[in-house]
Structures are given as C-alpha cells and as structure tokens.
Design a protein around this ligand. Structure first.
Ligand code: SF4
Length: 447
C-alpha cells in the first residue's frame, strides 16, 4: 500500500471479502444496526453531518438529496443504486463490488430504512458477470441471515449503453424500457409510478452507498476526519493512460493531481511529458499548469474542470489533441439516444467537423462551426450529454490551438499515435493493467 492510500472501502490487504460471516467479522452490519436504531430523520441528519457528496460524478450533497426525497408528500418512495458504470476511464464500482459486495448492499438497506422504502434495487449491466455473481450471492446471504426480507434487495440487469448510467435512463431500464432518459427527475417521478402515484426515488451510486455503513458505524465526525472540508472521506480513483503505474486506488480527497500522477502513478510511462488529463468525457481538459489543484469537487470545479467519478485518463505529448477530440466526440455522438433533435444532430455534426480536421480536409470554418454547434446542441435536452460534448471539445480546442491550426491549414501532423479511449473491460490486479473494450467507431454527419 502506498503511503498516500487510505482504505475505508477496499480491504486493507486487498483480499476479497468472500462471505457475509467474514464481513461481519470486520464490523459489517454494525452501521445498519445503528441506522435502524434511529428514526428516518435522524438517519438523514447523520448523512448530512458526514458531508458525503455523491461519487457518481456531480458531487451533489447526499444528505440534501435524501432530505428532498424524504420531504416529498408521496406515500411510497424507492431506493435505487446506480451500478451501471460506463464512463470511460472508470472501473471503481465493479472493482469495489468484486472485492466486497456487502458494503453497497448494507448501504442500500440503510437508505431504504431512511426512506421507508418497500424495496431497494441496484441497476447494473448484464455484461458485468463477476460483480453480478458476487451481488447475487451476497443478496442470498443477507436474506438467509435475516438482514434483508426476501425479495427486498433486487438486482436489475441492463444493456451495455453509456446512457444506462444516467439516472433518468437507469429508472427507465428498471421499469422495463430502453436506456433513454425520461423527462422528470427521479426525486419527482420514480420507478413503478402510476397515474396516481409518483413514487419519488432516491438514487445514489455504488461508491456513495458503500460509504454509508462506516458513516453510521463509526460516526459522521470519523468520516469527516478523512479528506477535505469540501469533499470529506476517501474516493476511489481510476488512473489510466500514459502513466507508469495505472490502477485503482482509494485515496483521501485533498491530494493534488500532481501527487496522483507522479507519486502514485509513477510519472509518465514513456519519454514524453504529460500533455492532458481528463476526468471522464464530461469535464474540461486539465493541463499540466493545473496539476497542483487539489482533487476534490470544489477545487477542480473552481479550476474549470471537475472531479467526475474519479476516473483520470492521461495523455502524453505524443498525442495530437485533434485525434483525442475526435475520439471523445465520436463516443458521445454514438451514445446519444436521439430523443432530442439538438443533441442528436449537433453531436454528430461536431464529430463530422472534427473528422474533417483530423483527415486534413478541413479548414478554419470547421472550427467556427464546432463552436456554433456547441452553443446549440444543448438546447432543450433531457440529459447533459450534449453539454458534456460542448464542454470537453471546446476546452480541448482552446487549450491546444497549435494542434488544431496545423490540421485546419492542412499541414502534415507529426503526432501520428492513435489515442485510446479507455473503456475498461477488466482490471488485471496481478499486473496492475487495464484491459480495454475494443470498440470505437466514428459517428458523424458530414457537414
Ligand atoms: S440529450 Fe441526447 S442523450 Fe440525452 S436524452 Fe436527449 S438525445 Fe438522448
């Protein structure tokens, strides 16, 4: 274990927690017992006091979310755990579940107690076979031990779609539909709603839920003793790309990006220096001059980027950022579900302009049009996918004008290396290497 690592969620020895009995032996289920000794409002107050912020990407205060759902006058509320991890460069939820599926299930039971929910459902991808097997076995153990009523904890398996991880699309899948974001937010219209019952639903992701047992068992002050005031606790970080030591690390928030890249990641993997870092495909690029920024939600947002779901993708100076922008844009355009015309059209048009530039068929006009489309693809949309596209692509163009100028002028680009979008299929712990999915097509509408 590196000196910077602090493990709350991952086992100290990184050995897999194999049974509920073993889990109990390390203090498991104490948090649930404590939560059940409290009334719902008291339980919500504990979460508020902990300062826990959602680990799914937005960093919204979890206690505030709980209070909103709890205060709704509807009689039935549900709890849903978002386990449909699909952000490129992120593998932490699957890793966490594979190591110890009991944290997340105990967290779901705590949340269900606070919401007085009749069921708690985790939505995850059918293709995540090992984590799903671990969850299924753990649910059976919870039921056999009497920790959860039979059928109370449900596992819903869904498609391998990026949008499945969007919470309004997640609820659609749980309700038996395609992964296409609905209009109204979960805290207003939840799952299994009827014309007369809205069923507001609390949605937290795997890592957020997994923190709950320790917050209740050891107290909110203990949790706040880790990390920063802005983002208390630890965070699961996935580090991929051109670093010597890629991997999955549990770190207290508050380390700088430089510490992550050099002390933990070991510095550049090859001879080239770092050129750009991305925290997923939904935030602006982070440049080397910002590497001293503290890794918490507030600091990275203030620096114009974001913490996202803690997945950092690193590209060194051997990469042309026109290629990187085309790769990101193509992924997002391919992921658009097409319900909203500005998104469906705009994302593809942006990809088309980038393709023109990358293949040296473009001009300055393509760049102007990308900025124009970025301002319009976000009009009246159901989810934030086009906002992500606009933010990440325009930030890359602004940060690397020389790369784009070269392509816009039709000059030969010396940076021929093909970038990889780290859609992670598997993490090989023995070698600390990621295995990536092998699919990346270019989706475009040629201007
Ligand atoms: S904004 Fe795009 S991805 Fe989101 S619902 Fe609309 S069309 Fe689908």
């Amino acid at each position: 274990m590196l000196p910077q690592e602090k493990r709350i969620l991952l086992p100290q020895d990184l050995k897999t927690v194999k049974t509920l009995e073993e889990y109990r032996g390390t203090g498991g289920l104490a948090g649930l017992q404590k939560a059940r000794s409290l009334g719902p409002q008291q339980a919500i107050d504990v979460v508020k006091q902990s300062g826990l912020r959602g680990r799914g990407g937005a960093g919204f205060p979890v206690g505030v979310k709980w209070q909103t759902v709890y205060d709704d006058p509807s009689t039935t509320k549900y709890v849903v755990c978002n386990g449909a991890e699909g952000e490129p460069g992120t593998y932490k939820d699957r890793y966490l579940i594979s190591k110890n599926p009991y944290w997340v299930l105990e967290g779901m039971l705590i949340a269900a107690h606070a919401m007085k929910a009749p069921a708690a459902i985790i939505g995850t991808k059918k293709k995540f076979t090992h984590p799903v097997e671990r969850l299924q076995k753990a649910v059976a153990e919870f039921e056999a031990a009497g920790a959860a009523p039979r059928g109370f904890l449900e596992i819903v398996l869904g498609p391998d779609d990026y949008l499945f991880g969007e919470e309004k699309a997640l609820l659609e899948v749980i309700d038996g539909y395609d992964a296409m974001p609905r209009n109204l937010p979960p805290f207003y219209v939840g799952i299994r709603a009827t014309p007369t019952e809205r069923n507001p639903t609390l949605v937290n992701n795997v890592e957020s839920m997994s923190h709950l047992p320790n917050i209740f068992a050891r107290g909110p002050e203990w949790f706040r003793s880790f990390g920063t005031k802005d983002t208390p606790g630890t965070m699961m970080i996935t580090l991929s790309g051109d670093v010597k030591r890629p991997g999955i690390y549990e770190l207290p928030t508050g380390l700088t990006l430089r510490q992550l890249l050099y002390d933990i990641g070991g510095g550049p993997a090859g001879d080239e220096p770092f050129k750009a870092v991305f925290s997923g495909v939904s935030n602006a690029v982070i440049l080397p001059e910002a590497f001293d920024t503290v890794m918490d939600f507030g600091s990275l947002r203030a620096a114009g980027a974001g913490l996202g779901s803690g997945g950092f993708m690193v590209y060194d100076a051997s990469h042309c950022m026109v290629k990187v922008a085309l790769m990101f844009s193509s992924f997002l355009a391919e992921s658009s579900c097409g319900q909203c015309i500005p998104c469906k059209r705009g994302c593809r048009v942006i990809t088309g302009h980038l393709d023109n530039l990358e293949s040296n068929r473009g001009s300055r006009e393509d760049l102007d049009n990308i900025f124009y489309e970025s301002g319009h693809c976000t009009d009246q949309t159901r989810c934030f996918l086009p906002q992500q596209e606009a933010k990440v692509i325009t930030s890359i163009i602004q940060a690397f004008p020389e790369d784009f100028k070269r392509h816009a002028q039709g000059l030969r680009c010396p940076l021929t290396r093909q970038p990889v979008l780290p859609r992670i299929e598997y993490f090989d712990e023995a070698t600390s290497r990621f295995i990536y999915e092998n699919k990346q097509s270019v989706v475009l509408s040629r201007p």
